[in-house]
Design a protein around this ligand. Structure first.
Ligand code: DC
Length: 670
């Protein structure tokens, strides 16, 4: 997950191959609650691992469920008929997870539990009164601790009496009805229970998921044409032993759109989701098809063909796909005419006011947008008039994921997503997954080059800048160290007469970087290559032309989405001459010797500052005077002398230069 203030996505060209998406949020949280309410143990496969499921699992753990994890599944032993201790107050924090707050409120109110349900500030703006009113009809004791009608809530044990149909509003959020249907079997021992819906029920497909899952847990509910529902007398939750969570159809919408917007010719295969899905958002497939996207589908797969040139504007009532409908707005930016989405009032009470948020951010990209209380009309952006925008995401995962799709713009401008971490709500690995299947022209993938003399701290600086931007990091010095090690292991003397042999050896070597660890031909050598001797060896063979050439492609191939920070001698001059930001980092030799001394001592390696100092001066001299890639700043590099600066100050300085660079690009674009 990108835990950074903002993520700059370079212009993307196409996506390819196949993608496996995480489990559905709606199914995951319903399944978790049903497991908790059942007697017995259920093995849950493919559960979504996200903020919303984490808060649900924490809550269930607090309430006494036994949760055991194995590599690919969870085993949950439910509370079933175990009676809670009514005098224990459970403090339960539910973040901003509506799919946890609503059903837990209902289940706890009917269980004789004492609980204080809290969340983040936005949760306290999301209505819950319709559910609380319905529960109060049958004697539940629920108190608003903040604004009336909104969480936080205090729930106390109470006597439940059911003397007729329970009425609930269905026209604001279907989650109220879902919460009741999930929880009411708790009190259906002596009588059948009727739930009547006031107003026209919205988001019916989500209620259908609830009905399907209840059936999986042994509870049959009769649906009287969405106007009322009957839970049979004596209904009991039965743990199904094993249950599979299908891939999230709402999450799939971003990949369907990405492939539709692709410039490629190959379809993208989405696995784990198909036309027999029980999720309502699978009907995004039809919505996308009506815009002109070509989709082939099987029972548990979808093939999405690039369809950009066929995209048409549509007018669609989106009541049945409230979440995935946001993705249609992203497609609308590329269509031939305007797209109008109606019956989306529920957008106003989601993670943020999504109609307003969508209007604001589409406008920033250059789109004309019209809207009303429960509709939005998005006009396409002229292919040559896309604006570079910094997209505000309102702590709403869907805003971040939708607007990532702006990176496919034909104008080839980058897009900045603020607070990319918000995708954690339902899809923590969203950007990583997108970048794993997306392709961009190499010239669009930014590389920041950091060069400088040995022990100037360029490795640390480059690594930290890479982390701050969510970019990959290339430690090119490590490649020369590895090459020296490979030659030594093969018994080849590190002499110029042997350069062809060493180069050949490098060509055949298997080199793998993973975080801070480095493997050479299957052996982890991260520590081995860090000694002073290995540095000397690297310095020696790095002056061999054939060795430098052998490492050329290895380094260029490190360029990857969303960007790269590369440190080393010739990064800016030879490897990535098109780099938009080149830094030459230096510090006086004594300061560098002291830093190196500290580093070695901290690793338990004995060292002497004076010896290190004279070694560094000698190494500088050799590195500056050699014919191959001599140590000198490239002409367009910015000089940074960090003798008197801390690492943080140096990192911030580079980040400032990077922001200036991006601003410059923005000005050039106009
Ligand atoms: O940065 P370092 O100490 O790990 O680098 C080891 C040696 O390799 C150093 O003497 C410089 C050389 N080198 C190079 O010639 N070209 C690079 N791109 C990176 C390092």
């Amino acid at each position: 997950m990108y835990n950074i203030p903002h993520l700059d996505i370079p212009p993307l060209d196409h996506v390819s191959a196949r993608v496996q998406l995480p489990g559905s949020k709606s199914i995951s949280n319903r399944v978790l609650l049903l497991c908790a309410l059942s007697s017995g143990k259920t093995q849950v496969h493919d559960l979504l691992d996200s903020d919303d499921t984490k808060v649900m699992l924490n809550a269930l753990d607090q309430l006494g469920c036994v949760i055991e994890r194995s590599s690919s599944s969870l085993h949950i032993t439910g509370i079933g008929e175990r009676k809670p201790n009514p005098s224990v107050l459970h403090e339960i924090f539910l973040g901003n997870a509506g799919t946890a707050m609503r059903p837990l409120c209902a289940a706890l109110a009917l269980s004789g539990v004492q609980a204080h349900l809290t969340g983040i500030a936005r949760m306290y703006e999301r209505p819950i009164q319709d559910l609380v009113d319905a529960l109060k009809q049958i004697g539940a004791d629920i108190e608003y601790l903040g604004n009336p009608g909104f969480p936080p809530l205090m729930i106390k044990p109470s006597a439940i009496h059911i003397n007729g149909p329970i009425r609930v509003r269905g026209d604001v959020s279907s989650q109220f009805l879902t919460a009741l249907l999930l929880a009411l079997p708790l009190v259906s021992e002596h009588q059948a229970i009727e739930v009547e819906v006031d107003g026209v029920l919205i988001s019916k497909p989500y209620v259908q998921i609830t009905l399907n899952l209840l059936e999986n847990f042994g509870v049959k509910v009769i649906n009287h044409d969405w106007a009322s529902f009957t839970i049979a007398k004596g209904s009991k939750y039965l743990a199904p032993k094993e249950i599979y969570v299908e891939a999230d159809a709402s999450s799939a919408s971003y990949f369907i759109a990405a492939s539709a917007l692709s410039n490629g010719s190959e379809p993208l295969r989405i696995e784990g989701l198909g036309l027999n899905s029980i999720q309502g958002d699978i009907r995004f497939v039809q919505a996308a098809q009506s815009m002109g996207v070509r989709i082939d589908a099987g029972p548990n797969w979808l093939d999405i063909h690039p369809s950009r040139s066929n995209l048409q504007g549509i007018e669609l009532d989106c009541n049945h796909i409230p979440d995935a409908a946001m993705t249609l707005c992203a497609l609308a930016l590329y269509a031939k005419g305007p797209t109008t989405l109606t019956n989306i009032a529920s957008w106003r009470v989601k993670e943020t006011d999504r109609i307003q948020a969508m209007v604001n951010e589409c406008s920033k990209l250059g789109a004309r947008v019209e809207f009303g209380e429960d509709w939005i009309r998005v006009f396409p952006i002229d292919p040559s008039n896309w604006k570079i925008a910094s997209i505000h995401t309102y702590d709403d995962h869907r805003m971040a994921m939708c607007f990532a799709l702006a990176a496919f713009n034909p104008d080839q401008v980058p897009v900045r997503i603020e607070d990319p971490r918000c995708v954690g709500k339902t899809f923590p690995q969203f950007f990583e997954t997108l970048f794993s299947i997306a392709h961009a022209s190499a010239s669009h993938i930014p590389v920041i080059c950091i060069d400088g003399p040995t022990a100037s701290g360029k490795g640390t600086l480059a690594n930290r800048v890479a982390q701050a931007l969510g970019y990959a990091y290339l430690d090119s010095g490590a490649l020369y160290r590895l090459s020296g090690l490979a030659a030594t292991k093969a018994g080849i003397p590190l002499e110029i007469s042997q350069e062809a042999r060493i180069a050949q050896l490098i060509g055949q070597a298997s080199i793998r970087f993973e975080g801070d660890l480095i493997w050479l031909n299957g052996e982890e050598v991260s520590e081995q290559i860090r000694t002073e001797q290995m540095g000397m060896n690297a310095s020696q063979i790095s002056s061999f032309k054939a060795v430098r050439e052998a490492l050329l492609d290895v380094q260029r191939n490190a360029r990857q989405l969303p960007g790269l920070v590369a440190d080393g001698r010739d990064m800016g001059s030879v490897i990535f001459p098109d780099s938009p930001l080149k830094i030459f980092l230096t510090a006086d030799a004594l300061t560098r010797a002291k830093r190196r001394h500290k580093q070695l001592i901290s690793k338990g390696i004995s060292a002497n500052i004076d010896v290190l100092h004279s070694d560094l001066l000698a190494r500088d001299e050799r590195d500056m005077s050699r014919s191959q890639a001599p140590l000198k700043p490239s002409e367009d590099a910015l000089l940074l002398d960090n003798t008197l600066m801390s690492i943080e100050e140096s990192v911030n300085w580079v980040l400032e230069q990077w922001t200036k660079q991006t601003t410059l690009l923005k000005q050039q674009k106009g």
